[in-house]
Write a protein of this length. Structure first.
Length: 479
């Protein structure tokens, strides 16, 4: 990377460190957390920390500016890497062409492998620049907004509670879950879901199912607990897919899919229940049906077939296809978001209903917030990027989810963790280890065209944004 960019990064970090230091000295309370440290706290801590305003406008603005600059620099850095890989690919392709008649078969194969690996690296850098880094920065930004605005929101929510006005909110009749009508005719979506599944299976896009009985039974048990305390009126069908993508989705008509990567990423049963509650809510509110006409559904099914054709003939040309091919994206990026009912408005609705169903099932409803935060901070913002597709602003999602949790009557002994969850994790660890061994030479939905050594596709996995953005630079602990 150019020296100028490196200096900018270091400057950005130094400015922030200075700022963090001054805020702790200037604080009127000796135990005051610096703003830089506060931004690294989970949402649940911030909801408590920020009930009173603690930071000056100048402090907040300085950090906001640093975040904006950090995001720009980091995105630029990975865009630049992607274009360097592209140039290198072009250079090797030219070499192939120029020396076509002179090189040995082994040299040709070596060049092919180098090109293939560079394509993987290019797709990875573009994915980071386009999706993962913006997601992680947006999450930080949302925390900054929360620190600034939560004191006012908190007063507003407290007033809504005290006056009892909260009973009149949309879907405020939580004591009648299961007996109220969120949306008529859920059963009319069953055929749509079945068609989509058939199409995905026949085009080879659906990962294989997990066969481990203990894991299947466990996921079914949690999903059934949540669905029996929800407004779902169609039979629930649960499928656990053997894919490392951190994702879960529900197709219209009650078909819930949980991917192995999601089971690896959740840390307790309340988090898993929170995700399931959210997905089932899209089915309950018939979001897919509202977003898609019959003609659009048909065109999605056709498109799935086309994506498969591109992937399985090795004819991948676009960045998206490479990303799929090398396993950075999974089904989450193949599936039409409209079919899943994902839109900015509908996400907030699914968050609200999901929190209600998790609560009604006896789980700690804040599991959803904890999982969301973790996904956007470390574990998921790379492998789980599909989860954040077309999302409403994180700030709105977190405030609205917390508002709903505050309005729900307290339940004693809300479940966070169970011994069955831990047992499932033990089985999963064995399964994941075997899968990792299997995936070594085929890191994707589709094996790359050549039998080359696997490209280094895991950069960024499980790392915090600071570590990713400082890769290849001298800056450490920056933004
Ligand atoms: Zn959703």
């Amino acid at each position: 990377m150019p020296a100028l960019l490196r200096r900018c990064l270091i400057y950005g970090v130094a400015a922030l460190l200075a700022l963090a230091g001054s805020s702790s000295r200037a604080g009127d309370r000796s135990d005051k957390v610096t703003l830089a440290d506060a931004l690294k706290k989970p949402y649940s801590d911030l909801f408590e920390l920020a009930e009173q305003p603690q930071y000056s406008k100048a402090e907040l603005n300085a950090v906001r500016g640093a975040l904006t600059r950090g995001r720009e620099l980091c995105v630029k850095q990975f865009k630049q890497k992607a274009s360097e890989y592209e140039k290198e690919i072009e250079r090797l392709q030219k070499q192939l062409k120029d020396q076509a008649s002179r090189i040995t078969a082994a040299e040709r194969r070596d060049l092919h492998c180098r090109i293939q690996n560079l394509r993987a690296l290019q797709a990875q850098a573009e994915m980071l620049a386009k999706h993962a880094i913006p997601i992680a920065y947006e999450n930080r930004q949302a925390k900054l907004d929360l620190i600034e605005q939560w004191p006012v929101k908190f007063k507003e929510i407290t007033a809504q509670l005290e006056t009892g006005i909260y009973h009149g909110r949309r879907w405020g009749d939580v004591e009648d879950i299961g007996f109220r009508e969120i949306e008529k005719d859920q059963h009319k979506d069953i055929k749509t879901g079945q068609d989509a599944i058939r199409e995905m299976k026949s085009s080879g896009l659906m990962p294989r199912e997990i066969e481990n009985r203990l894991i299947i039974d466990y996921v079914n048990r949690v999903a059934r607990t949540v669905s029996s305390h929800s407004d779902l009126k169609v039979p629930l069908k649960v499928t656990v897919l053997d894919s490392k993508e951190i994702n879960a989705f529900a197709l219209p008509g009650g078909f819930l899919f949980i991917e192995r990567g999601l089971l690896e990423a959740v840390d307790d049963e309340a988090e898993l229940a929170g995700v399931i509650g959210h997905e089932l809510s899209h089915v309950v509110a018939r979001h897919g049906h509202k977003l898609m006409t019959k003609a659009q559904i048909a065109s999605f099914l056709l498109q799935a077939g086309q994506i498969a054709a591109v992937l399985f003939t090795g004819g991948a040309t676009s960045f998206g296809a490479y990303a799929l091919q090398y396993g950075f994206y999974g089904l989450g990026f193949v599936l039409d978001l409209n079919l899943l009912g994902v839109s900015r408005d509908f996400e907030l609705q699914a968050d609200q209903l999901g929190v209600q169903y998790t609560w009604a099932s006896g789980y700690d409803p804040s599991g959803f917030i904890r999982f969301f935060d973790k996904m956007a901070t470390t574990k998921g913002f790379v492998e789980g990027a599909a989860w954040f597709h077309d999302h409403p602003p994180f700030f709105d999602r977190m405030v609205e989810a917390e508002r709903e949790i505050t309005f729900l009557p307290r339940k004693p002994r809300a479940v966070v963790q169970t011994s069955e969850f831990e047992e499932m994790k033990r089985s999963l660890a064995e399964l994941s280890a075997n899968a990792a061994e299997d995936e070594k030479d085929k890191p994707s939905l589709k094996r790359p065209a050549l039998d080359c050594p696997a490209p280094p596709v895991d950069a960024g996995s499980g790392q915090a944004i600071e570590a990713i953005c400082s890769q290849g630079t001298q800056a450490r602990g920056g933004w």
